[in-house]
Design a protein. Structure first.
Length: 186
């Protein structure tokens, strides 16, 4: 099942779960299911993160240039509020964000294309997130935005006092202070 969010390039994909007395089975990724929506993508790598406390915020991250990444994000334990910010200069939705709750229970996944800064905050302790990317990690291509940029006014769904950040994520610039990162269309 597909659900477009307020920025149509970002969407939720919730694979069907086939269940019986034993539990359930789901195809979490299928080229045949996703390519009609995304076009052909060459998935390069799967990433897995675990966050201990509730309120761990990872983001807002992206890579630029040849190693810009499309992402397909799912939560396999716990729950997150996932956020994608349009940073494509010239886009009708430039500087706007979409957010969705992704959890192990709801089975939803979010597709975040190139040209978006991405982040999530854990809504439960001991949360694990797995996501596919179309390019490998490249430190030289890494960029980010301040999670608390007042110009973005992101509702993370968690009190600011409860947020745990890495030192790196505290240092990202506001969108208005960042250079042009992507041009619409990407």
């Amino acid at each position: 099942m597909f659900e477009h969010l307020m920025i149509p390039d970002v969407f939720l994909f919730t694979p069907k779960r086939h269940g019986d007395a034993r539990g359930w089975f789901s195809e979490t990724w299928s080229r045949a299911a996703l390519e009609p929506k995304t076009g052909p993508l060459d998935w390069m790598q799967d990433n897995h993160s675990r966050s201990g406390p509730r309120g761990v915020l990872r983001g807002l991250h992206m890579q630029i240039g040849a190693n810009a990444q499309d992402k397909l994000v799912r939560c396999v334990r716990g729950a997150i509020r996932d956020v994608a910010v349009d940073v494509r200069s010239g886009s009708p939705s430039f500087g706007r964000y979409v957010a969705a709750v992704i959890s192990a229970d709801n089975g939803a996944q979010i597709f975040v294309p190139k040209g978006f800064a991405h982040g999530f905050v854990t809504l439960e302790p001991d949360t694990e997130v797995i996501y596919k990317v179309t390019a490998p990690y490249d430190k030289a291509a890494e960029r980010g935005l301040a999670y608390d940029d007042p110009g973005l006014a992101i509702d993370w769904g968690v009190d600011a006092a409860d947020i745990t950040l890495s030192e790196r994520d505290r240092l990202w610039p506001r969108l208005g202070d960042a250079p042009v990162l992507f041009t619409y269309p990407v």
